[in-house]
Design a protein around this ligand. Structure first.
Ligand code: ATP
Length: 534
């Protein structure tokens, strides 16, 4: 609260601190209540009030009434202030990653290819398995989800049973979890199927009880047969046993999943997003089991759609899995700046109020994102952040400078996240580098980093790694883009690394010190300095 007192307009302060106002203040209605931090100001007024002819009772009353209405005014003012001015966004949601666009410009070719393969499902046959590749932000998930939704809608229209199940393998990354999640999803679907079917049969039974010819078009000979079928369905419903998140042997999870899928006739498409993460974490057993299911299923058919950022992940697969999974491959190339411009243009039309974006905003966002690696997610993030910064500046339009600031902010957020999640030893190595830079050392060599690092470890009682290991950690920091380490030859003295920080020093240091362990190094300056004095 205290910081808000800075914003109080002078005239408001005057009217509330003045002694002559105190009497009026007894009437809560008369207080304008617009000044934040009223309590503070009111106390000052009250103190003044003792010097005049004011009844103490009045004074008490005054203080209370003033406090209430002013406190109320403070919070109202806070939001009123922020709501002031024309909003920039029509719907910010449209720019968030969770939003699924209805149109995906520049992905027609890939979408058509997927549809051509999956249409088989609508004819009741098994579609080929599909592997989708492409770098991050190239629209793989968005396109696959778009096609799946269309597939499910069309299957309902033509009453061909076809279902798509989506699993993100970055989150669900073991065979147990994948199979358990699928089993439970299919059990849920089977429950709904049984409820609908029992209802249909119940109504058929009622009609058949009234008039026997109601059964003519059905598969049942008499009412009793319907009753028996309803009982069977109800028994099945009772028998479904959802898989717990841990604890069962894998073959029991697999057979529960298998039975759930095969419960009735349908084609099932299993979409495994970030499939490379699953293989990396737990090998290719899941894929092996899923890809050989069709030969054993009696009622249903399964097709797999794998999505991966990593073009090489199939190198780690068993050759049988590899050939089965990659029956069809679709590549999503990175977007170029012109394509990104189109994508942003489409989204911006619904996301922003009309005429809010100045001319160069979209081209600049597209150019920045194209420089990265043609990532639409990055382009959309930039546009949204630029809008938010403009909103914060309370300007009426989003300008080029907002995009540039957004680019810096996103980059800094990335650095903060990477640094925050480094292991302690890497943080110590990085902190040693920062301390050296702060002391004016450039082109730092590994030995210098190692010496300061050792002192830091001693300060906080951490294990000291060997210089060789520290060199490896420096290489890792280089790969993460946090430092820049180049190998230079020192002639007959051999080779060494020259290390420079590639991220903003102050912010990075602040992130490091927010780690309680690193924060223990209270004042590292003296010993760093002493190293240079020697
Ligand atoms: N052609 C496009 N038109 C409109 N929006 C797009 C297009 N391509 C991608 N996007 C948007 O970009 C963001 C990232 O797309 P998506 O999640 O599909 O990428 P991805 O290739 O699956 O990336 P990752 O591999 O990182 O998951 C999403 O918000 C998506 O809506």
């Amino acid at each position: 609260m205290s910081t808000q007192s800075v914003d109080i307009p002078d005239e408001t302060k005057g009217s509330q601190t003045g002694v002559e106002e105190t009497d009026e203040g007894t009437d809560p209605e008369s207080s304008d209540g617009s000044g934040p931090l009223a309590g503070e100001i009111e106390t000052a007024g009250g103190a003044d009030g003792f010097s005049g002819d004011i009844d103490l009772d009045d004074l008490d009353l005054d203080t209370d009434a003033g406090d209430d209405s002013e406190a109320d005014g403070a919070s109202r003012g806070l939001f009123d202030d922020l709501l002031e001015g024309e909003p920039i966004f029509e719907s910010k949601e449209v720019l968030r990653p969770s939003y699924t666009p209805h149109e995906l410009p520049h992905r027609e070719e890939q979408i058509n290819k997927m549809a051509t393969i999956l249409v088989t499902a609508l004819r009741g046959d098994t579609p080929s398995n599909i592997l989708i590749y492409g770098k991050t932000g190239t629209g793989k998930t968005a396109s696959a989800k778009f096609v799946s939704e269309e597939l499910e809608t069309t299957s309902q229209k033509y009453e061909v049973p076809c279902e798509v199940e989506y699993i993100n393998c970055e989150v669900t990354d073991t065979q147990y979890r994948v199979l358990a999640q699928l089993a439970n999803k299919f059990i849920d679907k089977n429950e709904t199927y049984i409820e609908e079917r029992t209802e249909e049969l119940g109504s058929l039974r009622d009609r058949a009880t009234d008039a026997a010819d109601a059964l003519e078009e059905s598969e049942f000979d008499d009412v009793e047969a319907i009753e028996t079928r309803i009982d069977e369905l109800e028994d099945d419903l009772e028998a479904f046993d959802p898989v717990p998140m841990t604890g069962w042997p894998t073959d029991r999870v697999y057979s529960t999943f298998f039975d759930a899928v095969d419960y009735h006739e349908r084609v099932v498409v299993i979409m495994l997003d970030e499939i490379d993460k699953l293989v990396e974490k737990s090998g290719d057993d899941t894929l092996y089991n899923l890809s050989r299911m069709n030969s054993e299923l009696e009622n249903s058919r399964v097709s797999i759609m794998g999505i991966s950022n990593d073009l090489k992940f199939t190198d780690f697969l068993d050759p049988r899995v590899k050939s089965s999974l990659g029956e069809e491959e679709i590549v999503f190339p990175p977007y170029d700046a012109t394509q990104l411009r189109d994508i942003l243009q489409h989204r911006a039309e619904t996301a922003f109020k009309p005429e809010i974006l100045s001319e160069d905003v979209i081209p600049l966002c597209a150019a920045f994102a194209a420089q990265e690696h043609g990532d639409a997610r990055r382009a959309l993030d930039l546009l949204r952040t630029a809008g938010e910064l403009a909103e914060r500046d309370r300007t009426e339009t989003v300008e080029e400078k907002h995009v540039r600031k957004a680019q810096e902010k996103i980059e800094l957020d990335r650095v903060v996240e990477v640094v925050r999640t480094l292991p302690t030893q890497s943080k110590l190595v990085l902190y040693a580098t920062i301390l050296l830079e702060k002391n004016g050392v450039h082109n730092i060599n590994t030995g210098e980093v190692f010496n300061i690092y050792k002192r830091l470890c001693q300060e906080i009682d951490a294990d000291v790694l060997t210089q060789r290991r520290v060199t490896d950690l420096i290489s890792e920091l280089d790969m993460l883009g946090i430092v820049n380490a180049i190998v230079v030859s020192k002639g007959r003295y051999g080779r060494t690394k020259e290390i420079n920080l590639s991220v903003p020093q102050e912010e990075t240091e602040a992130v490091l010190l927010s780690d309680s362990r690193i924060g223990e190094v209270e004042d590292a300056q003296p010993f760093v300095q002493s190293r240079f004095d020697n």
